[in-house]
Structure formats: C-alpha cells, structure tokens
Design a binder for this molecule. Structure first.
Ligand code: NOJ
Length: 741
C-alpha cells in the first residue's frame, strides 16, 4: 500500500477499530475449543466485538495455527486488516541454540548472528512476524534469573555490539522476506539493574549512570533500524518505564529519533497501578498513551478505557492515530495486506524445521559458546584410552535447552549420555545418575511458584543412597569421572531470582562423595547464570561451563571434551567468589581508598576478596597464548575526527592445539571531571592461531572511544592521560599509555 492508501485506511477506521489495533491478545480467542465468552474473553475482560478488531497476537506459532487464527479473524473483521503475530524466539525455535548468555561468551558476532538467523529461518515459516528479541539489558547481578537472556552480559560495549548484530540478523534487509522478521529490542530501560537482583524490582540510578552504561545498547539497536521496542517492568527515576514520558518521548523518540512501535511488556501498563502511580486502569491507559506506548500487551486497559478518554476530551485522537498509523505501516512493510499469512507455510516447515543443516550448524556454533574455567594439569581433553564414568543428574537429561525454549520438543534433544553412546558405543558406557537434581525443598520452591502440587519433604532421601552407591560403583571402574551437574533450568529465567547462586545441595554432596575416590573429576556445568562454586571448585580438576547448550549441545560437549576443537569462549559476566560481592563487574571505580594492601581502611571486605573467582573476559583454551610487544603507533592522540592510534600486540600460541583466542582491548581514562572506571572494554578480536604460530593483532583507538557523559551530561572526551590494556581477560593485560591533546 502507498502512504496515502494507508492514511485513507486510517481515516476509514472507527474509533473502536483504531483502539483495537493497539490491543494484543493471545491466539486462544480463535483456537480454543472452550466457549470463548466464558473462557479467554472473561479472563481478559474485553468484549467479543473487540476481539475482531485487535491488532496483534502473542505467542501463537506454527503455520497451521497462525493461518487458522488469521482466517477466523479476517472472516469477521470489517476492514480486514491482518493480524501481526509476535512471539519470543529467544535461543531458537525448534532447533534450540545455547542461551543468549552463552552465545555472548563466544565473543564471535558470526556465531550470534547465525544462531539468530537460523532461528528466524525456522520461526518465519512458522508464521512469526515479530520477535521479542534481543534483550540488551546490561546485567551485573547474577542473582537476577534473566541474566541468561543477555548476550552482552555485564558490559555495555559488548551489549552494543550484539544489539546491532542481532537486530540485523533478525530483520535482514527486508522484514517481509522469508527468514526475517521484526526485531523488538527489550526492555527499555535498564531492566538489568533491578535492585538486589529481584525480579520486577525498582531501578534507581543517576542519569549519568543510566546513559553511560545502560541506555546505549538500546540505542545501538535503534541505529540499526529495529522496528519495535518493549518497555520494561521497572521504574526509572521513580516512574514506571511503561508510562515514563521522559524515557519514551524525550529520549527514545526525541533524542534517538525512534519512529517504530513501542509495546508494553506483559500487562505492564496495568501494573503501573500496583506500582502506586496510576490510580486505576483508565488513568494507566492515559499515562501510557501519553508516554507513547502503542500496544498494550495482554490487558484490557487500552481496549476498555481509551474510548472513554477520547469521548471525555482528556485524550486527543491524534495520539491514537499516531500509534495506529505506526502499526498499519509495519503491517504494510511486512506485506501482510498483500498476503496476511506472511511466510507461514506448513510445507516449508517440514523442510526447514530441525533440518540436517540447521542441526549441523547448531553443533558447530554451540562449541564456541562453552567456557573452560579450569583445567588442572591439562586433564582435558580426554585421552582416547581413558575409561569414563559419566555421572550426574544432567548426564541423561533432556532439559538442557534453558527456560525460553518453549517451542522445542524433548524428542529432538540429544542427551549427554546418548551423544557419548554415539561416539564410543553403548556397551562402553559407565553411567549413573548420582543424585536427583534438587532436594524436595529446592524443588518445592519451583513447584510452589508455579502453583503445582508440592512434593513430600525429604522425598529425595528415598533415592539418595541408592543413587550415590550406583555412582560410586561406576566411578570405581573408571579412570576419570565426568560429572554433568548444574542448576535446574527453572532456577534461571524470568521470575527465578535466587539469593544463593550455588550448585544444588544434592549435587554438592555427590561431588564430596566422589572426591573420596581420588580420581580426576571433570565437571560439565549447566547454568543460566554465573554461579558461586565455593564448595566444589577445589575438588574438581576441570570445569567446562556449557550453560544451557540446546538441541545439539550434548554432541558439541563431547566434541570439546575429546579435543576435536579447543574451547574458545570467554565470560561475558564474571563468576563471583561469593554472593555478598554482588553486584560485581570489572569496570568498577577505584574509590578514594583502593584495595591495594587489603588493609582495614581500604575499600574491601573483611571476609572475601573484592575480585571475582573468574573475571570478565576469562576463559581457558587447550593451548596457551603468550602476549608480547604491546606497541602504540603514537603516544599522542589529537582531538578531532581523523586522528587515531594503532595498538598492536603479538599473540603466540605456545600450545599443541590450533585454537582461537579472544584478544581484548581496554582503556582507562585516568582523570575525568567525573570519576571514570578502572577500565572499559573498547574492542576485541577473536583470532585463530595455529599451534606454535604467532599473530599480530591490531586495534585502532579514536577520540570517539574516549567519550563519556561528563558532569554536565555532555557526551565528550577530555584531554589527558589514558591507559591502554591488551590481554586475554579483564585482569591479565599488558599496558601502556597515551595522551589525548
Ligand atoms: C514478559 C517478558 O518480560 C518479555 O521479555 C517477553 O517478551 C514478554 N513477557 C512476552 O512473552
């Protein structure tokens, strides 16, 4: 449609039809067998008439479902404006990739891009028009369950980079084409900074902190022309983000020039009443539309109250028109007016979903997301003739795709045990479960939160002994113990904040018991967040963090454990030594009393270090890399656009494996008119270096990279001295200096 056709369509719409476009419901209205009146309609509290005017559907996927819903809707709708179908395709649709936090650990934009592209290839034929992804919230608190959804982790720069990559991977260069859809950046803004890691909690910080560390990843995605953004559940400076005019109108639309659609998070407009700002639903509707929220996700606030507000002249129709126009425009860009089914295609689903190429590529991509945290005496890779005892609640478990993989099916997932059987043959497998995943108490936290019946206390005691005995028997017959342990997948993800981020108790016990055999123990760690490994770390010889690795994860794990490829991931979020250190991140400030000698009146803890167990950027390889000859092309950088310094370093692979290394560049602004962090990531390169070879790796430093939000909230650089660090992680670096003049 042309612009004028869209405008004339808008002009033909009744007020109810316009409001309908701003309402999102789920597909049950059209799919459920139950009586729609007593079922979904009464649950949501909107009238049936409105159902045939709504603009979009959440989380109905699959070509057949999408086509049915669209048909049923269009049949009864007057203007026949097609629905848009939106869903959360986070780490894959049917072929599931590692969780975003893991993907980010690849520090390989190609890996992140391909995971998203394959996910989109599958999701688009399943009828998805809009993907609620990427989440680009900066996350510095591992207690928050949703850190698993972050690709950039604790660092702003990494989040900026991945934000761009993901928006491009999802949208491609034409959102209407098969394999692409609309990217919805979330959660605007600063959701990752919820106080004490508690879900939906308050966020409060200075505007400088907000701009310096939290906002720019959203902005990066907008610069790549992301067409949608989702508000966050939290407050920002006292006002819920979803009705925060300053955030949504001034910053997002004003400063960033965002002209796409703003969607509320799930019932977030209504929740501004519980926040204690909106008085009632009508008030919430007015605040949200005034702030610039176009779509109300899954409540009746817009559907039931916007009309009244217009009739009472409290709300000008032009605000509604603006929002509706944006929605019509997007539907037009998706070419839904020409073909309301978009790319939904049941025949293609059969060919594309979980096809051989997708799975093979998934296996390859997944290998790069693992982080080798420990490898004493080079126990890994496993040697050909070693007899393995495979033990642990994750050893033969399908639940390795993470909290968001809601569209994947168990039968498509390969377990660790099955993948080992494929490699060495069934008859050679020494396997024992070793323990349940969780104690009943731990399991009951989960069941209770989901309103499910609880287990009887002490239930695990019935099997505990038996599992341990079996584990000891197989372990005794083996040379090495490979232990597949970790968090339950429902201990991370939305609504799963934890104060203790340690391994579940039964699994710690299992490790303690196995340790008595004095055999080497290799731990495959499953987790949706960094963990505190205090109780077990010194009992384990090697730790391979595989996060939640997805459909092909198990095969990829053995590829790495057997040394077909060296691990090459590095942490995008540090592992704390203790929960009491949280929030902990590498780009801290020095304080007036830096921790130098660990004396009482220094900024430190009495009972723990101030450093993480494994720092940001950390990850081992089967090879060893030596960094030498850090050189700057000049020690002076002139202010102004065109000057630059080239930083070079030589990295030698001193080991026996060809391997990839992630070379990291950090800069420290030694003095600023506001305090500057001890270092900030400004660049990285992942390079493949053959055994015994060396490579020169270069970075460029420009003035732009030195800018920050100064005391007057201007984004500027300041003359002065800067330190340059280049190294293998945020702690181990070579360093030099230059002046900006
Ligand atoms: C709530 C989550 O916060 C958001 O990330 C997600 O996209 C929506 N639900 C829709 O499922």
């Amino acid at each position: 449609m042309t612009k004028s056709q869209l405008i004339s369509l808008l002009n033909d719409m009744t007020l109810d039809e316009k409001i309908g476009q701003l309402v999102q419901v789920n597909g049950n209205f059209f799919l459920e067998e139950e009586n729609v009146q007593t079922g979904p309609i009464s649950r949501l509290g909107i009238n049936e008439d409105m159902i045939y005017k709504v603009g979009s559907i959440i989380n109905t996927v699959g070509a057949k479902n999408v086509i049915t819903v669209q048909d049923k809707y269009l049949e009864k709708s007057r203007l026949k404006i097609p629905l848009m179908f939106m869903a959360d395709i986070i780490n894959g649709y049917k072929t599931v990739f590692p969780i975003p936090l893991a993907q980010g650990c690849s520090w390989n934009t190609e890996v992140v891009k391909r995971c998203a592209q394959i996910a989109m290839k599958e999701a688009s034929v399943a009828g998805v028009n809009v993907n609620f992804y990427p989440m680009v919230d900066v996350v510095r608190d591992a207690r928050w369950g949703r850190v698993m959804e972050s690709t950039g982790g604790e660092d702003t720069y990494l989040n900026e980079i991945y934000s761009k990559v993901l928006v491009n991977a999802i949208q491609g260069n034409d959102i209407s084409k098969e394999g692409n859809c609309v990217a919805c950046i979330k959660h605007f803004a600063a959701y990752g900074a919820v106080e004490s890691g508690r879900e939906y909690n308050k966020v409060d910080m200075s505007e400088r902190e907000l701009r310096q560390y939290y906002l720019s990843p959203y902005k990066s995605g907008i610069e790549e022309k992301a067409k949608m953004i989702m508000t966050s559940f939290n407050i920002v400076d006292g006002i819920p983000a979803t009705i925060n005019k300053w955030l949504l109108r001034e910053i997002l639309r004003g400063e960033y020039g965002f002209d796409g659609i703003v969607i509320s998070d799930y019932s977030a407009i209504q929740e501004t009443i519980s926040h204690g700002v909106s008085q009632d639903k009508k008030d919430a509707a007015l605040r949200a539309i005034n702030a610039g929220v176009d779509i109300d996700m899954l409540t009746n606030v817009y559907s039931n109250f916007l009309k009244e507000l217009v009739k009472e002249d409290v709300l000008t129709i032009s605000l509604i028109d603006e929002a509706v126009y944006r929605i019509l425009k997007l539907k037009n860009e998706l070419k839904l007016f020409e073909n309301p089914y978009g790319n939904a295609n049941a025949e293609k689903e059969k060919k594309i979903l979980l096809n051989k190429e997708n799975l093979e590529e998934a296996r390859k991509l997944t290998r790069e997301t693992f982080v080798l945290l420990k490898n004493e005496k080079n126990i890994l890779p496993i040697k050909e003739n070693q007899k393995i005892a495979l033990i642990g609640p994750y050893a033969d478990n399908f639940a390795i795709t993470g909290e968001w993989s809601m569209f994947s099916e168990r039968e498509n997932i390969v377990t660790i045990k099955q993948a080992l059987e494929e490699r060495i043959g069934k008859e050679k497998i020494l396997y024992a479960k070793g323990s349940n995943m969780l104690t009943t108490r731990e399991m009951n936290y989960i069941l209770k939160s989901e309103g499910k019946p609880l287990l009887k206390n002490g239930e695990e005691l019935k099997t505990k002994k038996k599992y341990l005995n079996e584990a000891m028997t197989v372990a005794k017959n083996a040379d090495i113990i490979v232990l597949a342990v970790g968090e339950h997948y429902k201990q991370s993800g939305e609504g799963n904040a934890r104060v203790s981020i340690r391994l579940p108790k039964l699994q710690i016990n299992l490790i303690n018991v196995l340790k008595t055999l004095n055999k080497p123990i290799i731990m495959i760690l499953f987790n949706g967040r960094p963990l505190v490994l205090e109780e077990v770390e010194n009992k384990i010889d090697a730790i391979l963090d595989v996060w939640f690795p997805g459909t092909e994860g198990a095969r990829a794990i053995w590829d790495i454990l057997f040394g077909n490829e060296s691990p090459s991931g590095k942490l995008n979020m540090c592992f704390p030594e203790h929960e009491g250190q949280i929030p902990i991140y590498y780009n801290q400030y020095n304080t007036g009393r830096p921790n130098i000698n660990n004396l009482r009146f220094e900024s430190r803890y009495q009972d723990a270090s101030i450093y993480p167990k494994y720092p940001f950027g950390f990850g081992l390889s089967y090879s060893k890399f030596e960094y030498k000859d850090l050189k700057l092309s000049s020690t002076i950088l002139h202010k102004g656009k065109y000057d630059k310094i080239t930083v070079s370093v030589t990295v030698k692979n001193c080991g026996k494996f060809d391997a990839k290394e992630i070379v990291q560049l950090y800069i420290q602004d030694l003095f600023g008119n506001v305090v500057r962090p001890i270092k900030e990531l400004k660049g990285f390169k992942k390079v493949l270096i053959k055994a015994n070879e060396k490579k020169k790796v270069e970075f460029e430093i420009t003035e732009e990279m030195l800018k920050f939000w100064n005391k007057d909230l201007e984004y500027v650089s300041e003359k002065g001295t800067f330190k340059v660090y280049v190294g293998c992680n945020s702690k181990e670096c070579l360093e030099d200096k230059f002046e900006l003049i």
